[in-house]
Ligand binder design. Structure first.
Ligand SMILES: C[S@@+](CC[C@H](N)C(=O)[O-])C[C@H]1O[C@@H](n2cnc3c(N)ncnc32)[C@H](O)[C@@H]1O
Length: 285
């Protein structure tokens, strides 16, 4: 499944991250700040408390209502629009764009933002694939548009595969990246993941070799579930993908070809692995 329409996910950024980002971008009295995907409006509240003029765009109508109510309750005049960041008719105007968005979404937004020469983009947690930040203060990164490109290495995935351990109870995000060879760059998951995950790449097409973000969104699943399959990206070799659902030790582990073979061998045994520890043991055999 590859479906941009079902991709937006909601998670508020941490208060400390927001303040770090606003500091990094020098937000103060009179700065025009636009939150791209403004959620419940908490970033706009923080920026407005510094005297900024704030606006936001949000695809989820309930969150738009919440954001408007939060700002109204605080007596702040804000322009909060219900809309899609990828709407070609959308007009954006700000000194500082704030984004707490997944890497593939950031990569897809970049061509639009690059037109805003001299504006700044400040991101939290995730960086813009293929761009070098002008300044960085973790977890915030600041980019002056149109942005400076990161050198591109040899095309390929950094590893043969990835093992993901994620939460049973809520949607979660795993972000992969690769250097794409250029040309068609759509991404798809193998059938094993149907209904369990969706995937978005940072571009449908690339003019030449370039960094490409590939984001996976996991749906809630049962503790102990293990699913093995592959990520297909146009023009590239398949990337093996194994997910284990667990309440502990969330993260991503790189898999060598030998580790992938070990996991596949273990999964056809009479007592297949159902925990992260058992899967990691299988990578070592
Ligand atoms: C991770 S949340 C961040 C919310 C807020 N900016 C914050 O930092 O607390 C991302 C938000 O972007 C919104 N979003 C994602 N894709 C969008 C799109 N294409 N158009 C508009 N909003 C989008 C989601 O609905 C979600 O509310």
């Amino acid at each position: 499944m590859s479906d941009l329409d079902t991709w937006p996910f909601w998670a508020p950024s941490q208060e400390a991250s927001v303040e770090a980002a606003l500091d990094l971008a020098g937000v103060g009295d009179g700065t025009r700040v636009c939150d791209l995907g403004c959620g419940d409006g908490q970033v706009l509240l923080a920026a407005a408390r510094r005297g900024a003029a704030v606006s936001g765009i949000e695809a989820d109508p309930d969150l738009v209502d919440e954001a408007r109510a939060h700002l109204e309750d605080a007596g702040i005049d804000a322009d909060i629009r219900l809309g899609d960041l990828f709407d070609p008719d959308l007009v954006l105007d700000a000194d500082v764009f704030f984004a707490y968005l997944a890497p593939a979404t950031l990569q897809r937004l970049l061509p639009t933002l690059q037109h805003h020469r001299s504006s700044h983009l400040v991101t939290v947690d995730f960086g813009v694939p293929g761009l070098v930040p002008t300044r960085r203060c973790d977890p915030a990164r600041l980019y002056r548009m149109p942005g400076r490109s990161r050198p591109v290495g040899a095309p390929g995935w950094p590893t043969a595969g990835t093992l993901v351990a994620t939460d049973p109870d809520c949607q979660s995000l795993s972000c992969l990246d690769l250097v794409h060879v250029g040309g068609a760059a759509g991404a798809h998951l193998s059938d094993e993941f149907a209904g369990l995950a969706s995937i978005v790449s940072g571009a449908d097409h690339l003019d030449g070799p370039a960094h490409l973000a590939v984001d996976l969104r996991w749906e809630p699943m049962d503790e102990g579930d293990v699913v093995a399959g592959a990520v297909h990206v146009d023009g590239m070799p398949d990337h093996a993908l194994v997910v284990v659902i667990t309440e502990e030790d969330h993260g991503m582990w790189e898999l060598s070809p030998g580790a992938i073979r070990g996991i596949h061998d273990a999964l056809v045994q009479s007592a297949p692995p159902s925990t992260l520890a058992e899967l990691l043991d299988a990578t070592a055999t």
